[in-house]
Write a protein that binds this ligand. Structure first.
Ligand SMILES: [Zn+2]
Length: 245
């Protein structure tokens, strides 16, 4: 990005033009390096970004400094609270290595079929279940999730919750309530109805509310922790829950 010229508004620049300049440079870099081996040390995001990623071509996970701070990771928080924050994110990124996209790349980032036929067909069936489980679920009245569009992210969320719930179960005196509340806090957000409508139709992630509410309901521990019964709003019958991992 050293060659990108960013101009301030005082110098006649605009946000749009600056973003365009950055995008052009990114595309130029990709074209220049297209025939070279993948640089596995190359970061796909900036160090200050509050986000994380899995890269199937490098089979790597990246956590910039921006996300490694409170409340996602807090040195003063409990073990369960940090698991519901950064633990969820780490487990989510690792699960991407085995989601419906990551499943098509091997440990070296090569596109190849490394599954047994039996495993892959069982996995594909579970993916269909996950697709149906999220499809049509509303994050707000009239704003529904597209199960197909969001499948890979939902698989990663389901894997994340399975993973951190199991880790907590090995503690001497596990505090599941702290874990679930931390997950909910991680994804708590507000946005305009227009933005939610836009995201629900274009983004591969479900809206934040569903990333908590539709994911944690697949684990029996959630029901036990909060005493949730059949007539409660978030209740899902055991036979209708999705458990891929
Ligand atoms: Zn993801």
């Amino acid at each position: 990005m050293d060659d990108v010229e960013i101009k301030s508004a005082a110098d006649g620049g605009s946000y749009f033009e600056n973003m365009l300049a950055v995008s052009k440079e990114q595309v130029k870099n990709l074209i220049e390096h297209q025939d070279e081996p993948i640089d596995k040390n190359d970061w796909g995001m900036a160090v200050y970004t509050v986000n994380a990623m899995y890269d199937s071509l490098a089979n790597s996970i990246t956590f910039p400094a921006g996300i490694l701070q409170a409340p996602i990771y807090d040195v003063n928080a409990s073990y369960e609270e940090n698991l519901g924050g950064i633990g969820y994110i780490i487990a989510h990124e690792i699960t991407h290595a085995f989601d419906n996209n990551g499943a098509k790349f091997d440990e070296n980032g090569n596109a190849t079929d490394w599954w047994t036929e039996e495993d892959y067909s069982a996995f594909s069936k579970l993916c269909k279940d996950a697709e149906a489980f999220y499809d049509g679920e509303e994050a707000a009245p009239g704003i529904a999730a597209n199960g197909e569009l969001t499948l890979s992210e939902n698989i990663a969320d389901l894997g994340a919750v399975s993973c951190i719930t199991e880790i907590v179960s090995h503690l001497d005196n596990p505090n599941y309530e702290a874990l679930y509340k931390s997950i909910a806090r991680t994804w708590a957000s507000s946005s305009s109805r227009e933005y939610m409508q836009y995201i629900s139709q274009t983004n591969v992630h479900c809206l934040d509310k569903l990333r908590t509410n539709r994911t944690i309901v697949n684990d029996q521990k959630f029901y036990d922790t909060f005493g949730i019964k059949e007539n409660d709003g978030m209740y899902v019958a055991p036979e209708d829950r999705v458990n891929i991992w």
